[in-house]
Design a protein around this ligand. Structure first.
Ligand code: FUB
Length: 451
């Protein structure tokens, strides 16, 4: 009976072609940190980004935030922090975590310190989960702070875990999150068989589970292992491997767990989207199940993934007012809040002179098509503005009069692999009746079989 059911589910998936892995197909993403924040019905995933074609990790520069409510339709809020927004760092925007703590959202990341070249654990803050985040400096007391993860226990105590190059450490953080309590520092390396880097903590039935990528002796690629403890700082008892080798895996693996709408899930990465470039990675998600003794049941990565739909779809949502902090720019325009109903922190307006503009950065993996929408208001009358995508794709767009903010659909545009600057500017050749207010742009992923 049970076998018949499994067969029917498998058949259903084949017939309907469910394919939810990788979950983000518009951009190369890695090192996922999934979270659910208080009083927020969305699931959030924070990721690093691999540059198209790079196939190594040395040039990584930035982080993205994603959210969903149904595990199928995702929003990519664009770049939330970049190396150039962090004045103490010089390179290697490697793995990160995010945490909600005392009313603020923090990105806890690692980069190499300028002039020294050692990894530090940086802290950046935002008052909204989608960023962008503002750097506050690095955590004192942490040396070689690669691959940080923060765990807030039920009593509110914050813990930091980090590790690289076959080592793993942990400590309690002080209340400002900017330093560890040295007396709590522990070296967990010996307790975590095969550990290589990237610890992640979650709690299940009053036990602390530490999941991590590890290397069996002298052998890449990484597999995922876990260990269990009664206290957040251990001692940990090594358990097992729970994501073994799989076809199309990348050299590294790195992941985090989350419980959302009653389902436990594991996020990690593979090299499936790049199709063979093992270090150009993409985020995956699968259900995380336990047996009756609390052991994690091994995950076998599959295209089906969470199996809720034929595929996932991501919309890039870029708030105009984020400017430089999100990789864009504001030229001779300003952020205002006068017209109510804007999303985010305001809108961009005052396009007084020819070429006054707002630019927003959209990052994608491969040349691909998106449906382009702009949310705007133009209370005084129709306004003519031009949209430039990557300096060469040029169109004049008319924004009809609208006293309140509304979304207008400008049809399909093509983006190239890597960075795309979408610039909305005042045309120099046509007078504009209205003063345009740009709230955000959206780029909705479209697929070849939908054209
Ligand atoms: O993404 C860069 C590095 O690769 C991460 O920091 C490691 O955990 C590995 O995934």
């Amino acid at each position: 009976m049970k076998n018949n059911l499994i067969f029917l589910i498998a058949l259903f998936n084949i017939v309907f072609g469910f394919s939810q892995n990788p979950i983000f197909t518009h951009m190369y993403t890695a090192d996922p940190a999934p979270h659910v924040w208080p009083e927020d019905d969305r699931l959030w995933v924070y990721t690093t980004r691999d540059e198209p074609g790079s196939n190594n990790h040395y040039g990584m520069t930035d982080y993205h935030a994603f959210s969903t409510t149904d595990m199928v339709n995702w929003t990519d809020y664009g770049r939330v922090l970049h190396l150039e927004n962090v004045d103490w760092a010089e390179s290697h925007a490697w793995a990160m975590d995010a945490v909600y703590y005392r009313g603020q959202y923090y990105l806890v990341y690692c980069m190499k310190e300028a002039g020294i070249g050692l990894f530090r654990t940086g802290i950046a803050r935002s008052d909204v989960p989608q960023g962008p985040f503002t750097d506050l400096g690095y955590v004192k007391g942490v040396e070689f702070g690669q691959d940080p993860a923060v765990f807030i226990d039920d009593d509110g105590t914050p813990y930091l875990y980090w590790g690289h190059d076959r080592k793993c450490f942990a400590a309690e953080l002080n209340e400002d999150l900017m330093s560890i309590k040295p007396e709590t520092y522990v070296d967990l390396t010996a307790q975590l068989t095969h550990v290589f880097e990237a610890p992640w903590i979650h709690k299940y039935k009053e036990k602390y589970y530490l999941t991590y990528p590890g290397l069996t002796p002298r052998r890449w690629p990484q597999k995922m292992f876990y260990a269990v403890a009664d206290q957040p700082l251990g001692p940990y008892e090594f358990k097992d491997c729970f994501i073994d080798d799989f076809e199309g895996q990348s050299g590294t693996n790195h992941g985090g767990t989350v419980t959302y709408k009653g389902k436990d899930m594991m996020f990690y990465h593979s090299a499936w989207l790049s199709g063979g470039l093992s270090e150009t990675r993409s985020v995956m998600a699968d259900y995380l199940n336990y047996d009756k003794k609390g052991n994690i049941i091994p995950i076998v990565p599959s295209k089906k993934g969470l199996g809720l739909a034929k595929r996932t779809r991501t919309t890039i949502h870029l708030e105009a007012e984020n400017g430089f902090a999100a990789g864009g720019s504001l030229y001779n325009v300003f952020v205002d809040t006068w017209i109510k109903g804007y999303s985010g922190k305001g809108y961009v307006t005052n396009f007084d002179n020819p070429y006054d503009h707002v630019s927003m950065l959209a990052q994608v993996a491969k040349p691909s098509k998106f449906r382009f929408k702009v949310r705007y208001a133009s209370p005084e009358g129709e306004s003519n503005h031009d949209v430039l995508i990557n300096s060469h794709k040029y169109s004049e767009f008319v924004f009809p009069q609208s006293e309140t903010f509304r979304e207008i659909d400008f049809g399909i545009v093509e983006l190239k692999a890597g960075d795309n600057l979408v610039r909305i500017f005042r045309s120099d050749w046509k007078p504009s009746a209205g003063e345009l207010a740009v709230d955000y742009i959206k780029l909705e992923q479209v697929f070849e079989d939908e054209n």
